[in-house]
Design a protein around this ligand. Structure first.
Ligand code: 5AD
Ligand code: SF4
Length: 445
């Protein structure tokens, strides 16, 4: 088969990784991957269902593509979370002829082959087959310098608002052997940073310890961190961590290994015990704050980011105040705030969504104001300090500036015409902007 396939990705890093994996399988099967829909014979949307807005965006895009290619009728398929959840119902939309669930990525080549041969309403929502390999050639990755390495798929936590356990199924951890082989391979290809990714990386629990022998650690994830550090990969980040499973040994592992980066993303979701209970998060405000204390006491300053949902059913003004107080106490380097979005089939969807749209917006803005004030102080604390920046691209604002992330995962811009992409630059911070830092190039490592 030599058809042209275009894949558009919505949502989280797991979807980005899965698109890479899909692309790699399709290329091996002889398909050509193209980077725009205009010339494609097959258009796939790797969809996200975490909030209603993401799902709406998918249908808007399908409509746009259909109307721009009316006469040619390319095969349009939906993969990812919406595919897994909606299944057969997606065929109510006459534009969609292929539905590929979150674990069917590796079967895409055959599915597309059949679709191109005229078969309509093809659907695969089955599990991944045993022995499927995850490795993705460098050419297929979203970046030449930063690679996402999934270590655990799915989620067993069933927070009451969340659709992920339904769209991505139960937790399945890759063996460390497999993960480490990928990291070594990436290093050989010149990658300088990897992100170990998963809905809850610190719940990592592989079926066997293969690859972790000889590494100490209070949990399999702590061992994996040390084993990954031992590969010599220059910068290692990991996301997302789940508070209840956040063992202090994670901080110890970071202290011991310079290449484990100084950034932790630990979503709190709320600062009110009442709301946390209704969310079924499995942690209280105090449990969470104890984890934060360990992180704050680390020998290296660790940058800390979080997610918060405002307007959960039944959330009162006083609950919101508890959240604002938590946010102020934690002094996050960055915060993703989301307005609660009801997801059909989740336990929270049975609760009356009694916080009005306007009220959710007001709470979002109030919390954002708290965070903005804190963030300004934290960012100003970087003035005069040196950061190591992996240079990822030319800045979109200025032709002479480069942009990248620090080890503490802040966006850093600096004048660097002479600096090649993929290098690590030492930058001294000169200006603190609300969501990025601007600095001066000292030298290149
Ligand atoms: N409504 C709003 N935000 C949600 N998230 C997950 N489910 C929902 C929902 N139903 C947020 C959580 C999670 C982040 C990835 O998305 O904060 O950490
Ligand atoms: Fe969703 Fe909770 Fe699992 Fe995160 S831990 S993916 S919020 S169910």
């Amino acid at each position: 088969m030599s058809a042209r396939v275009y894949i558009e990705t919505f949502g989280c890093q797991m979807n980005v990784a899965d698109t890479e994996r899909a692309g790699s399988g399709l290329q091996s099967a002889g398909y050509e991957l193209v980077d725009s829909e205009g010339a494609a014979d097959v258009i796939l949307f790797n969809s996200c269902s975490v909030r209603a807005r993401a799902t709406q965006k998918l249908f808007t895009r399908i409509g746009e593509v259909r109307s721009s290619r009316l006469s040619e009728k390319p095969v349009i398929g939906v993969m990812g979370c919406v595919a897994q959840l909606e299944g057969q119902a997606l065929f109510d939309n006459p534009s969609i002829s292929l539905v590929v669930g979150t674990r069917a990525t590796d079967r895409l080549p055959e599915l597309i082959d059949r679709a191109l041969n005229g078969k309509n309403h093809l659907i695969d929502l089955d599990e991944r087959a045993d022995g499927e390999v995850w490795n993705i050639p460098a050419a297929q990755r979203h970046s030449k310098y930063v690679a996402f390495v999934p270590i655990i798929e799915g989620c067993n936590k069933f927070c009451s608002y969340c659709i992920v356990p339904f769209s991505r199924g139960r937790e399945r951890s890759r063996t460390a052997d497999d993960i480490l082989a990928e990291v070594y391979g990436l290093r050989e290809h010149g990658y300088r940073e990897v992100h170990l990714i998963g809905q809850n990386v610190n719940s990592y629990r592989p079926k066997s310890e293969a690859g972790l022998e000889g590494f100490k650690g209070a949990t399999p994830f702590c061992k994996l961190l040390r084993a990954t550090a031992a590969t010599g990969m220059e910068r290692i980040k990991f996301t997302t961590s789940f508070p209840r499973d956040f063992h202090p040994d994670i901080v110890t592992a970071i202290e011991e290994n310079e290449n484990l980066c100084d950034w932790i993303h630990l979503p709190a979701q709320s600062g009110s015990d009442r709301v946390l209970r209704a969310m079924r998060r499995g942690h209280t405000r105090d449990d969470y704050l104890r984890r934060i204390e360990t992180i704050k006491q680390a020998r290296r300053r660790l940058s800390l980011t979080s997610d918060i949902i405002v307007g959960f059913p039944g959330e009162t003004e006083s609950d919101l105040e508890d959240t604002m107080k938590l946010v102020a106490d934690c002094e996050y380097d960055g915060l993703y705030i989301f307005k609660y979005s009801e997801r059909p089939g989740t336990p929270a969807a049975r609760l009356p969504d009694n916080v009005s749209r306007q009220e959710k917006t007001a709470r979002f803005l109030a919390l954002e104001r708290v965070q903005r004030r804190i963030q300004r102080r934290i960012y100003e604390g970087y003035l005069g300090r040196e950061v190591q920046v992996l240079v990822e691209r030319d800045s979109s604002r200025s032709r002479t500036d480069k942009t990248g992330h620090s080890t503490c995962h802040k966006v850093i811009n600096f004048p660097g015409e002479s600096v090649a992409l993929g290098q690590v630059a030492r930058v001294q911070v000169r200006t603190a902007n609300p969501n990025s830092l601007y600095g001066e190039l000292l030298d290149v490592a």
